[in-house]
Design a protein around this ligand. Structure first.
Ligand SMILES: [Zn+2]
Length: 306
């Protein structure tokens, strides 16, 4: 009996340990997206499509299902050219969804001599890496909520991808049952509150942060948006879903008063705090594991302009 308990315990610890997303994995995904080969992932380029295909491959590794059709790639038109968002589903114990998103496109290259590639490691390879990390975390688990993972294209040209996919009728079966969307935008650095913390744009518009923090593990914390005047809530991909009355906020760590890498060539992997990102991803996973459609029902107040 003693032996059996020990065996069960050790199997249990191996199993729970196996759920942890490794720093190596985080490094691999982010470094691939932010590599020079991806040439800044500008919408309409071959490298942008390569990035979409790479994300689709990661979704397949996580056994995600297609959101619509026979591919993770969800097409839309950009100046007469077919371009793609990437979308995958993880079925949970209930059919109520939580969404996780970020944008994989960036601003390409410049005409400068020397380093002329906008790698966009923070903006927003870090956000894509975070949602892939959450999919990794739940690979062998069945969460209470179902989950949809969306990598948007064309954010840098005016949130084109999130607008296209949010109005795609083929995904209404998901949107009609969506409790909330977490949009990750620039999460590669340590926030002004220190490690293991992010801020939520438009925190005054819903109680999502309070409900999340109540369940948050290992000190993970969502802070109020310190740049409320900049109206980031209305300036990022989450707004396409706000328009659908879905609870949708963006989550970030970037210090807007100090960041010198924003839309510069030096937004590359050298500025990424991989330890912090790995910690945040795993703590997000563990926190999400505690959420269900009964204890997590965020609502907008009357302050939000829909
Ligand atoms: Zn961005």
């Amino acid at each position: 009996m003693k032996k059996l308990t020990y065996l069960t315990l050790s199997l249990f610890s191996i199993f729970t340990f196996a759920q942890e997303v490794s720093k190596e994995r985080v490094k691999t995904v982010l470094s691939t997206l932010a590599s020079d080969e991806m040439k800044g992932r500008e919408i309409g380029t071959q490298e942008n499509e390569n990035a979409a295909n790479y994300i689709a491959k990661l979704f397949k590794e996580n056994n995600l299902e297609y959101c619509t059709g026979k591919s993770y790639l969800v097409p839309f038109d950009y100046n007469g050219k077919t371009v793609y968002n990437v979308c995958g589903i993880k079925k949970g114990k209930t059919d109520q969804y939580l969404g996780f998103s970020g944008h994989f496109d960036h601003i390409g290259t410049s005409d400068k001599s020397g380093d002329n590639i906008y790698n966009g490691a923070d903006d927003d390879a870090s956000g894509i890496t975070t949602l892939v990390g959450i999919a990794d975390y739940f690979k062998n688990k069945k969460p209470e909520f179902s989950m949809v993972f969306m990598a948007f294209n064309g954010e840098e040209k005016g949130m084109l991808g999130s607008r296209a996919i949010s109005t795609d009728k083929n995904l209404d079966h998901i949107y009609n049952k969506m409790t909330a969307l977490f949009n990750f935008e620039m999460v590669a650095t340590e926030s002004q509150w220190g490690k293991n913390t992010l801020y939520m744009t438009g925190d005054g518009f819903s109680d999502l942060d309070e409900l999340f923090n109540k369940n948050a593990v290992n000190g993970l914390k969502l802070n109020p948006d310190p740049y409320a005047k900049q109206q980031l809530f209305y300036r990022s991909d989450n707004v396409s879903f706000v328009k659908k009355k879905i609870i949708a906020h963006s989550f970030s760590t970037v210090d807007m008063t100090k960041a010198s890498h924003y839309h510069h060539e030096n937004d590359d992997i050298n500025i990424v705090d991989f330890d912090n990102m790995t910690q945040i991803i795993n703590n997000f996973g563990k926190t999400l594991d505690k959420l269900n459609p009964k204890n997590f029902t965020p609502k907008y107040n009357d302050q939000v302009k829909l």
